[in-house]
Ligand binder design. Structure first.
Ligand code: HEC
Length: 198
């Protein structure tokens, strides 16, 4: 494993997560940070309860992840933001294929600083994933996707498109990892008798 980021992602997703200590207890909830409290006003009582039960560490981590992004959406959902992120990724690919270092760097930075959807990330995750153990993988996924995008941008700025291109697969590894954990099969139909084959 030559890439420490990918290593940490794998550890976070699999081996380590099973042994995570659950610091928070529903009986003794710590108030969430200010921005999260604002977001929580939009949440259903069920989701709010799940978020309140998170440990102070998880709350702080989520707050840090949100705060690391300067752009906020008003009405845009996570799925729409994801489509934006995909567009940026495709823009980077087009730029690399056409020796356009400036386009590559700018699109990669926009990808890394994607907008935070209405209500943050949590409302769009399955409710049963709103717990300390499952959410503990988020920083590693963030580091792989956004950290690699920023490295790609720096390499493009330095005129090293070969190095820039090498980060594309790291970014996509992070997309795939998060989807496997937090997203179901896209576009599943309620009008089919059997689940779609995977
Ligand atoms: C933090 C976890 C996470 C990361 C990282 C992530 N995604 Fe997603 N993505 C999701 C979730 C959750 C959904 C489902 C959202 C919904 O349907 O409400 C989703 C949905 C999508 C969709 C819409 C398809 C659909 O209908 O479900 C696209 C396109 C997408 N992601 C692209 C990407 C790309 C490209 C990357 C990497 C550059 C990426 N995502 C990284 C969590 C993530």
């Amino acid at each position: 494993m030559k890439n420490p980021l990918l290593m940490s992602l794998m550890l976070a997703c699999g081996l380590v997560s099973s042994g995570f200590a659950l610091a928070g207890s529903p009986a003794n909830p710590t108030p969430p940070p200010a921005e999260m409290q604002q977001m929580m006003k939009m949440y259903t009582p069920e989701l709010r309860q799940k978020v309140m039960a998170l440990s102070p560490e998880t709350k702080a981590t989520l707050q840090k992840l949100h705060a690391g992004h300067t752009r906020r959406a008003k009405e845009t959902t996570l799925r729409q933001v994801m489509q934006e992120i995909l567009s940026e990724y495709q823009s980077v690919a087009a730029a690399l294929a056409t020796d356009n270092a400036e386009q590559a760097a700018e699109a990669a930075r926009r990808l890394a600083n994607h907008r935070i959807p209405k209500g943050g990330l949590l409302p769009y995750f399955p409710l049963d994933k709103i717990n300390d153990r499952d959410l503990a993988v988020l920083p590693a996924m963030n580091a792989v996707v956004e950290g690699s995008a920023l490295k790609l941008a720096d390499a493009a700025d330095a005129g090293d498109l070969r190095a820039a291109a090498s980060h594309m697969s790291d970014i996509m590894t992070g997309c795939v990892a998060c989807h496997q954990k937090f997203r179901g099969t896209p576009g599943i139909s309620a009008n089919l008798m059997t689940p779609l084959p995977r």
